[in-house]
Design a protein around this ligand. Structure first.
Ligand code: AMP
Ligand code: ZN
Ligand code: MN
Length: 899
């Protein structure tokens, strides 16, 4: 007994010693490494050759300048094309209108099995031969693998191409600079390219090789149209071909050469079966058409739809993400996720926040300089730890990073032997040290200092095709007045007033925090149901309807069987992560919610047709917002004419009528129903300007404003009293009292935004940074829509009509209020019009009428903005059919309180 006890103790002590020795050894090893590298202050890249450093030319480098797309020198068509648009837009549009459908993806004998041989393509000659073979095919299958950990933007490491006869693996690292050889076959509209889930592949091919796909059949889109229970390739391989695949291999390091046997097998599998799958799905699509339709014309309906959706993917354009300041998006996200909650105004907190911003800027820049992913430079957790702990020596910094990453075990390179801190940190530890000790005190100093230190004349780091234009671009960025922008359509030589008001607008009304939190809800069988915001998670958790299964970002699992799954609906839109960028141009530094279906209609929809709000609320930057809004306003007018239901309300002649009552009157004199009236906000800003500056403004200007007010009073002459009354139009009694109390002050006081003082603003506008992602319901469908328009300026000089002084035109549109108090004007001038339209649609065409109406609006939006960043699965014909489950937060009886 005793001996055993002793033995136990000895063993325990011995193991402890061993562990300690190992730990100390490891610690020393790391310390040595760090000390040598930082004391030499030499960059790890001098001794590490990364495979992309063999590329002679890259289309997407790590500078801040936008991506330039291929320009075809076909002078006839380039005239109409936008400067940096899709070079094959015309060809793809033709395909969308007249699809070329492949009726057999296979011909003659075909063996489903993978043969023993495949072709490894690694020389230019081999690539040329491949191009010749492909040019003779009617169809071939494609898949790509990219590498992203050790690259800032990622690069295509392998392309798998399978024809009816053979599998080709193209070494796109060795052939990077000559890949243009494959351009013609990919853009040939007579050759159908079969992909599975092509969204990324299409963009990667553009980014790395200026290869554009024209004529595609995407088997994932076919699944979508067929409402398959799953859409993954693994599912298709299993159900259609009886082949099992290990999708974990997709995360392998695809740069490695030679590829392992398993990787070759995996890569071939991803492309080899696609022709067979496409063939089988096409047959199903045709079958579905015959079962489903009475008319023979519909026979190919579903096939056409799958083809159309596939080719829509081809229209996507690769873009580099833009930020107003390097790393700012990541910084905001980290601050929001990790520092909020403790967010007081203490110096400690403010210092931590400032340090997060600096570290993110530094990380972004270092990643660009070294062509590494930001996560390979420094993890988010390590940034948080550094910001909170604020270590004071290089050793402490090193240990903080090492311990944090060890503890969170989210090592990005689990397969590789390299451990955190990664080489960038090890060889540039001094920079972090200086940042924390505030030698690099200001955020703005980081960029020039770091760039000069790394890439300047005596810089520490090697120059590469990826970073050489960083310095050049950065200098122009500093001397120019604004950051280079992604889109050519933005004109930065706009007048200062316009710029200033735009900035004011952005500051006041853009979303202050990421809109999409990307929290997840899983079903009780572990299937992902949707992404949503935190509030929705809390709603379920607080009611004991779900349990928390992951912390960061949080995920819950429902404890009950949800009614309906996203995939049942034939739309996986709700299980997409949504990015916090403008869906139009990709702008990431600010965004506003935009409601594709104007609120004046939507509030009157039957409840169950409103439930899919997240589909029809998108994020837009102010520029795209303006475009979308202008198009929507034009279209409203069209609707007004088409249905003969005027847009505006108008007060009838007699000024002695009770204040605030109004009626809809068609302007019979012009017959122009949409012009017959004035919106309450226009009326108020005109009245405000006249009262304040009326006698100082040029007569032409005064006359113009008077016309606006007269329109409301039915054309009669107006008195000062009328003007005062006009100020009150559209306000609730409460707001009216408030304004009256303040009037003496506010009317004389210069207002920030035409016609409205700040206080009123706060009353009438919904702040857009509400912690609501547009999916979580608000209590009474109190939808408000920020619309933007250029209105009369009230500066009184009268010279700058339409100078773009920004005003938010409108807009409280409270459905309940409209229902209950029909006689009162809503601030949203189009409220009664919307109500009448929706009533008409429901009466004449039922709910389908409303659905068609929604589709029209989505089309208006798409035509106006040409959005390039809509979440996958978003489409114009979205049905919005979905039942409420018993516990659904959308269930009208289970409405969430907004508080
Ligand atoms: P696949 O569409 O499966 O052929 O994947 C193509 C490429 O996408 C892979 O080479 C990876 O670079 C990337 N990828 C896809 N899924 C993942 C994942 N779950 N994790 C990391 N990378 C992925
Ligand atoms: Zn370096
Ligand atoms: Mn693949």
């Amino acid at each position: 007994m005793e001996v055993r006890e002793k033995a136990k103790i000895v063993i325990t002590v011995a193991s402890l010693v061993a562990v300690t020795v190992l730990f100390v050894a490891e610690y020393r090893r790391r310390h040595r490494k760090k000390q040598t590298s930082s004391s030499l202050s030499s960059c790890y890249l001098h001794s590490e050759l990364k495979s992309q450093f063999g590329f002679k030319r890259v289309f997407a480098d790590n500078s801040y300048s936008g991506f330039k797309h291929l320009k075809l020198d076909d002078s006839s068509s380039s005239l109409e094309k936008s400067s940096n648009g899709h070079p094959y837009e015309n060809e793809i549009t033709v395909l969308l209108e007249n699809p070329k459908i492949e009726f057999g993806f296979l011909r003659g004998e075909y063996s489903l099995e993978l043969s023993d041989s495949y072709v490894w393509v690694e020389t230019e000659l081999q690539l040329q031969e491949l191009a010749e073979i492909l040019a003779k095919e009617r169809v071939f299958a494609v898949d790509t693998e990219q590498h992203s950990l050790r690259s800032f933007l990622g690069f295509t490491a392998l392309i798998q191409i399978s024809t009816h006869e053979k599998d080709f693996l193209v070494d796109t690292i060795a052939l990077h600079d000559v890949m243009s050889i494959l351009r013609p076959v990919f853009s040939d509209p007579n050759i159908c390219k079969v992909f599975h889930g092509a969204d990324n592949d299409v963009l990667w091919l553009q980014r790395d090789f200026h290869i554009y796909v024209v004529n595609m059949f995407d088997t994932a889109k076919a699944c979508e149209v067929l409402s398959k229970p799953q859409r993954s390739l693994a599912y298709l391989l299993e159900t259609v071909c009886g082949v099992a695949t290990n999708k974990l291999l997709q995360r392998e390091d695809w740069r490695q050469r030679p590829l392992s046997k398993e990787m070759v097998q995996y890569a071939r599998t991803d492309a080899h079966y696609l022709l067979y799958i496409a063939d089988s799905l096409t047959a199903e699509l045709k079958q579905l058409a015959t079962e489903d339709s009475s008319s023979p014309n519909d026979r190919f309906h579903f096939l056409l739809e799958a083809s159309r959706r596939s080719n829509m993917t081809c229209l996507q354009l690769y873009m580099k993400e833009t930020e107003d300041f390097p790393g700012s998006a990541a910084a905001s996200s980290i601050i929001y996720r990790h520092l909020n909650g403790h967010g007081d105004n203490s110096t400690v907190y403010l210092n931590a926040e400032e340090l997060v911003r600096k570290l993110c800027a530094w990380r972004d820049l270092m990643a660009r300089i070294h062509d590494e992913s930001t996560r390979y430079v420094l993890s988010d957790q390590a940034i948080v730890a550094l910001a909170c702990k604020q270590p004071t020596t290089t050793e402490e910094i090193y240990d903080t990073i090492a311990h944090t990453d060890l503890a969170t075990e989210s090592s990005p390179s689990s397969s590789s032997s390299v451990q955190s801190p990664y080489p960038v940190i090890c060889s540039h530890l001094d920079d972090i040290y200086e940042m924390i000790l505030e030698k690099l005190a200001k955020l703005d100093d980081i960029l020039p200092v770091v760039l000069t230190k790394c890439l300047g004349t005596n810089g520490t780091c090697p120059i590469s095709v990826f970073n050489y234009s960083l310095l050049v671009n950065f200098k122009t960025k500093l001397s120019g007045h604004s950051a280079p922008k992604q889109n050519g359509h933005r004109n930065f030589k706009q007048q200062f007033t316009r710029k200033a008001s735009r900035e004011l607008f952005v500051k006041k009304f853009s979303c202050k925090a990421p809109v999409y939190h990307n929290c997840r809800i899983y079903a009780n069988d572990g299937r992902l149901l949707c992404y949503c915001d935190k509030r929705k998670l809390e709603w379920y958790l607080n009611r004991g309807l779900a349990k928390l299964v992951e912390e960061n970002p949080p995920a819950i699992m429902l404890l009950f069987e949800p009614k309906g799954r996203p995939e049942d609906e034939g739309n996986d839109f709700y299980i997409q992560t949504k990015r916090n960028i403008c869906v139009g141009c990709g702008e990431g530094k600010h965004y506003l919610r935009y409601r594709i279906i104007p609120s004046c209609y939507r509030v009157h929809f039957p409840e169950h047709l409103k439930s899919h709000r997240s589909h029809d609320i998108v994020l837009l930057c102010v520029d795209c917002h303006e475009v979308a809004h202008a198009a929507a306003e034009r279209y409203k007018k069209k609707i007004a004419t088409e249905f003969g239901i005027p847009l505006f309300v108008r007060r009838v002649l007699d000024s002695k009528e009770a204040q605030g009552t109004s009626s809809l009157v068609e302007d019979e004199s012009t017959g122009n129903s949409e012009d017959a009236g004035v919106s309450p906000l226009h009326l108020r800003s005109a009245a405000m300007a006249l009262l304040r500056h009326g006698n100082r403004m040029p007569s032409s200007r005064r006359e113009e404003l008077l016309q606006t007010v007269k329109m409301y009073y039915g054309g009669r002459d107006i008195s000062e009293e009328d003007l005062e009354k006009a100020l009150l139009i559209g306000l609730s009694p409460h707001e009216r009292r408030k304004l009256e109390r303040k009037k003496g002050v506010s009317v004389k006081h210069s207002a920030e935004v035409a016609g409205m003082d700040k206080q009123e603003d706060a009353n009438n506008f919904e702040s857009l940074d509400e912690k609501n992602d547009g999916e979580a319901p608000t209590d009474s469908e109190k939808i408000m829509n920020v619309e933007r328009s250029t209105v009369a300026d009230d500066s009184g000089d009268g010279t700058s009509e339409g100078d773009g002084a920004t005003e938010l035109n409108d807009t409280q549109c409270n459905g309940n209020m409209l229902h209950q108090q029909n006689s009162k004007l809503s601030l949203l001038g189009h409220g009664p019009h919307g109500k009448q339209i929706v009533e008409y649609l429901l009466r004449e065409h039922g709910e389908d009428g409303v659905r068609d109406f929604c589709q029209r609006w989505r089309k208006v939006f798409v035509d106006a903005v040409h959005p390039r960043h809509l979440p996958g699965g978003w489409n114009v014909s979205h049905s919005g059919r979905r039942d409420f489950g018993e516990f659904s937060v959308y269930n009208p009886t289970k409405r969430l309180s907004t508080e």
